[in-house]
Design a protein around this ligand. Structure first.
Ligand code: C5P
Length: 406
């Protein structure tokens, strides 16, 4: 499974560094290529010789590999070589430097130049982990796109009890294996996704719509395509353009048209995501000619649009993963949970309108994920692209779980 995967491990100064010896053994056994970089502090906890022997490669410690010959370690090439950069144990110090882009050692230079995905497995004492500055830094790193392998709760080297223990080598291996499995897990899967607003005409000139720009939906379509899925994007009118050979856009205008497009494609999809802001009501009988202003008051009769998500929810097939969005202005969580039940979602993404930088038109978003099994996951403010990446990962896990059940 991990054969030939190139894994760069950055080891920081923490007592948990000894666990990396176990992880390297496990990875090498699976025929992964492992390259270690140690920070100067890490060498106090485990010797480079131990890790070099286990990884069968010299450990990199500094920019200058050999001061006599001028041979140096090319951080750019290392960042390009790797399929994954895992920083484990990630000390509070290194997390803070990563969050601020401070480049004072080889590991930091590699992190800043890496184009591959980056994962962090923090290790520190409970109070350090709970410190607001650590929380801020970890939130920032997640917002920057780093994957967090959360520390475990248990007895700590200090004798204190709490959260801060780095995941065990077996758990890290499991995370890495899942990570690579998910990367290609949506290959041959079809995702049907609605995005953007709908427009409901009143007459040939005017219409009813909402503030949705489609940014979140398009970010999701892109993230699903990058994870290998074929994406059918049923899009309301937006000013966005998504060029990806695995994305097929089906443009629609009204909720009724969106419903028809979804109705003819949903049965073939493995994943159905409703991120569109569908108008709940449409003018009952749109005028064929421009409406004249003849009277002081004007009554507009509206009829209810089909609830696309609820209709699909009623017919959902056992292997299909069903995802919806909620945007609430009050009782956010209760309403989102109720909506998840009513529309038969496996996952509902609650958008916050109350957060700065979140919601319509922004490139960032702050969401909480609610899962059918009762789990919830509050994500920090992050780019819509990163929110999309996390949603795709969670969906991929659910696709896998359903495959095992069906
Ligand atoms: O009921 P509400 O509009 O708040 O539900 C939001 C969720 O339902 C979103 O996922 C949205 O895309 C979907 N929806 C739909 N058809 C509608 C209304 C909402 O698919 N007519």
């Amino acid at each position: 499974m991990l054969k030939g995967k190139k894994i760069l491990i950055g080891v920081c100064g923490s007592i948990a560094a000894y666990k990396i010896a176990g992880l390297v053994r496990l990875l090498v056994k699976q025929e992964a290529e492992v390259q270690l970089i140690m920070t100067p502090a890490a060498t106090h906890f485990i010797t480079p010789l131990t890790l070099a022997t286990l990884s069968r490669k010299p450990v990199l410690l500094d920019y200058i590999a050999n001061p006599h010959t001028g041979e140096w370690n090319n951080h750019v090439a290392l960042g390009l070589w790797a399929d994954l950069l895992l920083i484990a144990p990630a000390s509070a110090h290194t997390l803070a430097k990563m969050a601020h882009g401070i480049c004072d050692n080889l590991l930091m230079a590699v992190y800043l130049s890496a184009r591959c995905p980056v994962a962090i497995a923090p290790a520190m004492d409970v109070d350090m982990w709970l410190h607001p500055s650590t929380e801020r830094n970890v939130n920032q790193l997640q917002a920057d796109g780093c994957h967090l392998i959360p520390p475990q709760e248990g007895e700590l080297a200090s004798g204190l009890y709490g959260k801060g223990r780095m995941a065990e080598p077996e758990q890290l291996l499991e995370w890495i294996s899942n990570f690579f499995a998910i990367g290609s897990m949506l290959e041959n899967k079809t995702v049907l996704l609605t995005a953007g607003p709908t427009i409901e005409p009143l007459d040939p000139v005017r219409y009813i719509t909402n503030h949705s720009t489609g940014k979140m939906g398009y970010a999701l379509a892109n993230a699903f395509a990058q994870a290998g899925a074929q994406v059918q994007l049923v899009s309301g009118p937006v000013h966005l353009n998504l060029q990806h050979y695995r994305v097929k856009t089906i443009p629609v205008t009204t909720a009724r048209q969106m419903y028809e497009a979804v109705s003819s494609h949903w049965a073939q999809a493995d994943v159905i995501v409703h991120s569109a802001a569908v108008a709940d009501y449409a003018p009952a009988s749109p005028a064929t000619q421009k409406i004249k202003k003849t009277s002081d008051t004007f009554w507009l009769e509206l009829t209810k649009n089909p609830d696309i998500a609820a209709e699909i929810g009623k017919q959902l097939l056992p292997w299909q993963v069903h995802v919806g969005f909620a945007l609430e202005t009050e009782n956010e969580e209760t309403n989102a949970q109720e909506k998840m039940k009513r529309k038969n979602f496996d996952l509902i993404v609650l958008n916050s309108l109350n957060e700065q930088g979140a919601g319509f038109g922004h490139s960032t978003n702050k969401v909480t994920l609610f899962f059918r099994d009762g789990r919830r996951e509050a994500l920090p403010l992050m780019t819509k692209a990163n929110v999309a990446r996390i949603i795709v990962e969670r969906v991929a896990q659910m696709v896998l779980a359903k495959k095992h059940v069906v």
